[in-house]
Design a binder for this molecule. Structure first.
Ligand code: NDP
Length: 282
């Protein structure tokens, strides 16, 4: 316990001694946010808007995006535009990045955040759904990152990848989703090494989130698990801050960091705790 306490204190001290975040630094920055019609993506758009950034947002539903753009302009965005796109369509990832680069005349940040709908239930063996979800939640992220890299290289830009504790720990009831998040962590974690070894100007921030109170997440877990959900706007702020500070990883809420840290220490008890935290009658 003493050792863990000292370790935590050292980690907290390390965080405090790092550079400080200034919202002012995001004024005029050119940002692309995906999955911004609802949930955390919508909150990301509003926070960037309040900080005076220039934003392009995307998702499938045009009428919702239009409303979010209107609110962004009211909140103080220097520029706010939308492009409707479906990340299940392979050409749309490139189309969105091209649009953002053209409209904003360059890019400073891209925040990859969208996810396709996926059932929260025991896996039914649907391999086609996994393939489809991989396209939406993983392949489109890779495509957008690759497309945006040359523009981000010119601006010392950053890619933020919104991942999950389920990208680091296995869990029942969300097998296809978990697979896509592990894929993201594997790809973007490895890309971080390659960019650093090539002395690239671009940084990648992988964001590990726990349960956040978005409408879709609350709807999914109902009847399966009873645990506190944290506010979407705070998760969004944490993502923006970590990206601006060029951190390689960020964790929100706090417990996700410790879950990840101690994940492999006591595998038997970890798995017992995971299985017993769900309500399930076979
Ligand atoms: P939401 O379900 O609220 O939002 C998903 C967004 O993705 C929407 O804007 C949706 O808009 C868009 N989207 C869905 N399908 C497609 C598609 N085919 N093409 C393009 N856009 C699409 O998700 P959250 O805000 O809850 O989650 C955001 C991120 O945070 C995700 O990466 C998620 O994995 C991560 N996260 C969330 C947690 C939580 O508890 N909420 C926990 C851990 C991680 P539209 O329908 O208009 O296309």
């Amino acid at each position: 316990i003493l050792l863990l306490g000292s370790l935590s204190a050292a980690l907290i001290a390390l965080q405090w001694s790092g550079p400080t975040f200034s919202e002012e630094s995001l004024k005029g920055m050119r940002v692309l946010v995906t999955g911004a019609s609802t949930g955390i993506g919508e909150q990301l758009a509003y926070l960037y808007a309040r900080m005076g950034a220039q934003i392009v947002i995307t998702a499938r539903r045009e009428h919702v995006l239009k409303e979010v753009v209107k609110k962004c302009l009211d909140l103080g965005a220097q520029k706010a535009l939308y492009i409707a796109a479906d990340m299940a369509e392979t050409a749309d990832a490139d189309r969105v990045v091209e649009f953002a680069e053209e409209q904003l005349k360059g890019l400073d940040y891209i925040v990859l955040n969208h996810i396709g709908p996926s059932p929260y239930a025991m896996w039914d063996g649907d391999v086609d759904h996994i393939r489809w979800l991989m396209q939406v939640n993983f392949h489109s992220y890779v495509k957008m990152a690759v497309k945006a890299l040359p523009a981000l290289e010119k601006t010392n830009g950053s890619i933020m990848v919104v991942s999950s504790l389920l990208g680091k720990m296995c869990s029942p009831f969300a097998l296809p989703y978990t697979a896509t998040k592990f894929a993201l962590n594997g790809f973007f974690g490895s890309l971080q090494h390659e960019l650093a070894m090539k002395h690239s100007n671009v940084t990648v921030t992988v964001c590990t989130l726990g349960l956040i109170d978005t409408e879709s997440a609350m709807e999914k877990i109902k009847g399966y698990i009873d645990m506190p959900a944290y506010p979407a706007h705070e998760a969004a702020y944490q993502i923006i801050k970590a990206g601006a500070l060029r951190q390689s990883e960020t964790f929100y809420p706090w417990y996700t960091f410790y879950y990840t840290l101690f994940r492999d220490w006591f595998p038997y008890y970890r798995d017992l705790v995971i299985r017993n935290s769900f309500i399930y009658q076979p």
